[in-house]
Design a protein around this ligand. Structure first.
Ligand SMILES: Cc1ncc(COP(=O)(O)O)c(C=O)c1O
Length: 377
């Protein structure tokens, strides 16, 4: 099913909003969370990555839907998330900081564990030496490489993985195997490749179990891989282990996700409102949201313009995106345009604030509190 367009903006609002502005529709985000929970048959098998959500009001939607376990990439995300879990009185909140921390990063995680005693914290390790540096009280997931070749130890390096799990002792929580490289256009081929690598993961978990090092949790899959991941019988039935998937982009959804998972039932919950600033040449339309308001430097399409499918993004500078009108009329100078981001995660990270909507109606203004990095000294 193609993603339904967001609820139209309340017309009273249109003249009031200073552009460019990030709009986040909580109704749509709530329904996206519910859609994943239908696929995972409840919260037990979902550890969402919150690098996309970033806004406390959206993180609270997860907590209210019964999600207890989360993944994040930065200390700021971990801090904001833990604060939300405490404010929502979420029992057994569990935050995996899924990055390789060194030096001050490890101290910061220990500080967060002290600051939020009601939340369980863990992180990743890929060597015995790294485990020795992880502060006491912080859980350890061994980071396993299923072929993405970004971080982690090869899934077939059983001896090394056993040694790390043994070094972690009772802090060993399980295996983290993110397969973000699996987004082949052919969905059947993608599922076949995902399942082949999960067979190796199942063998690894069995070998660890035999060595008395049973991984309590095995985490795989972002958005493009998670529907196939949930269908792997071996992981779903691992003795002594729970398999969890970790899609995060799905909370807001974007054009890239539509391309990667055309059947996913999700709505565009985060859009960027912009105005036509200029009409250069005969067919150009330039709006006031540039690369500082909507991400366009990556390989993905910059954006689609709601109700103006003939406007094709042609390029960006910091405060401008230029569209070419391929047939059809150009909107007037000053007209409002609503953009669906190609890649929503970095787009949300660009905004300091978002206007919160509930099915098109403005309900407030929120800080994108988990954006950026802390840069503490
Ligand atoms: C380690 C890790 N887990 C999960 C995710 C979530 O994946 P997605 O953005 O496809 O939902 C990411 C995304 O970058 C990631 O790096």
């Amino acid at each position: 099913m193609a993603a339904p367009f967001p609820a139209p903006l309340d017309p009273d609002l249109e003249g009031r909003i200073l552009t460019p502005a990030l709009l986040v529709d909580l109704g749509a985000a709530r329904r996206n969370i519910e859609a994943v929970l239908r696929l995972t048959a409840g919260p037990a098998r979902w550890r969402p990555h919150v690098k996309t959500a970033k806004i406390p009001e959206v993180l609270a939607l997860y907590a209210r839907a019964g999600v207890r376990r989360f993944k994040c990439a930065t200390a700021r995300e971990a801090d904001v998330l833990a604060g939300v879990l405490e404010a929502e009185s979420t029992p057994s909140g569990d935050v995996l900081l899924a990055h390789h921390l060194h030096g001050r990063g490890l101290d910061r995680l220990a500080e967060l564990a002290t600051r939020w005693p009601g939340v369980t914290f863990s992180t990743l390790a890929e060597s015995v030496e790294q485990v020795a540096e992880i502060p006491p009280g912080i859980g350890v997931f061994v980071d396993v490489d299923l072929g993405m070749a970004r971080t982690g130890i090869d899934v077939n390096a059983g001896d090394e993985i056993r040694a790390i799990a043994r070094a972690a002792g009772d802090r060993f929580r399980g295996l983290h195997a993110y397969d973000g490289h699996r987004y082949e256009a052919d969905l059947a081929e993608r599922a076949r490749l995902i399942h082949a690598s999960y067979d190796e993961l199942v063998s690894l978990a069995a070998a660890l179990r035999q060595a008395g090092l049973c991984p309590a949790e095995v985490i795989t899959a972002g958005t493009p891989a998670f529907p196939a991941a949930l269908k792997h019988i071996g992981l779903a039935t691992l003795p002594g282990s729970v398999h969890r998937v970790s899609p995060g982009t799905v909370v807001y959804h974007d054009l890239r996700s539509v391309e990667q998972l055309p059947d996913l039932e999700a709505e565009f919950a985060a859009t960027v409102l912009t105005r036509v600033a200029s009409l250069p040449g005969r067919d150009r339309v330039t709006c006031d949201a540039g690369s500082k308001a909507i991400e366009g430097t990556g390989p993905d399409r910059i954006a689609e313009v709601i109700d103006h499918p003939h406007l094709k993004a042609a390029g960006q500078s910091e405060e401008h995106t230029v569209f070419v009108a391929e047939g059809g009329q150009r909107p007037a100078r000053g007209a409002l345009l609503r953009l669906i981001p190609g890649h929503v995660c970095p787009t949300v990270n660009l905004a300091t604030h978002a206007l919160l909507l509930e099915d098109g109606r403005l309900i407030g203004r929120a800080e994108v509190a988990a954006r950026g990095h802390e840069a503490l000294a």
